[in-house]
Design a protein around this ligand. Sequence first.
Ligand SMILES: *[C@@H]1O[C@H](CO)[C@@H](O)[C@H](O)[C@H]1NC(C)=O
Ligand SMILES: *[C@@H]1O[C@H](CO)[C@@H](O)[C@H](O)[C@H]1NC(C)=O
Length: 282
Amino acid sequence: MYKLTTLALLVSISLGALVQGESFSTIRSASPFLAGVPGKDCVASVLHEGTPTGKVVSLGGMDTYVSVPKKPTSGPKKVLLFFADVYGPLYPNMKLIQDFYASNGYTVLGPDYFFGDPIYPHLEDPTFNLTQWISEKVEIANEATPKWLEVVRQNYGVNGKNVKYTAVGYCFGGPFALNLAGTDDVVAAGFGHPAFLTEEQFQNVKQPLLLTLAETDDVFPKPNSRRAEDILVENKAVYHIQTFSNTTHGFVTRGDPAIENDRWSSDTALRTFVEWSNRFTA
Ligand SMILES: *[C@@H]1O[C@H](CO)[C@@H](O)[C@H](O)[C@H]1NC(C)=O
Ligand SMILES: *[C@@H]1O[C@H](CO)[C@@H](O)[C@H](O)[C@H]1NC(C)=O
């Protein structure tokens, strides 16, 4: 467990400034932000137990966690693009979640857009500047991910009859999944407690979208997620929204399994995404 007090203070100061509309060096948009900059709840974690079964391969310019179904599956091949939170796809919790999705018949690909520099080694450094770290990482990830996707399509095929893609993103990874929901590159997508989402991204949604929300989320607060819901309704999008009581931002990937509500909420959130994906990949 990491000591978060100093960081939390730093984050709340920088988050306060950013969310109140001051400019953010690399993250700009003409469209209003509904989900903001990752904050203190993006960096709290409890390690989950288990032995990861996937492997790390170099793919499309990024180390990628690859977890495959243990049993042969029937029907079209299913590929799940997994966009991790600031802990990265190689963090144990994140690997176990990807393995869980793989055990449900998906080839899961989690690109390390942090290039070996996830947030947790920094958490005990009192001089760590989260604002700077995040803005650098957004820029790098935005640059690397489209190239990675291109190589994924070369290796696994284009979304269509023989291979069906879905995408999921948590926190930092949310916008990557939401962007894909605005394309024909996936058949469905979802996110959990996302950061950096604009109205425009919701306006563009054309694939079924599952929204997994924490009750308390400074990054994607209720008025904003309600606005997102209104946009989806207005546009007659296909969507499902699940909100879990007594949870905070981060509960799906980093909740405390010792707390029944965290455990149940996280497990249910993950299972619902599997069912959501199964509906559109059958
Ligand atoms: C953190 O980084 C941001 C962006 O680079 C900068 O504006 C800010 O002054 C830095 N904060 C501290 C405490 O150094
Ligand atoms: C929310 O969770 C906390 C921590 O587990 C617990 O102490 C509290 O009773 C819960 N509140 C409700 C309304 O269930």
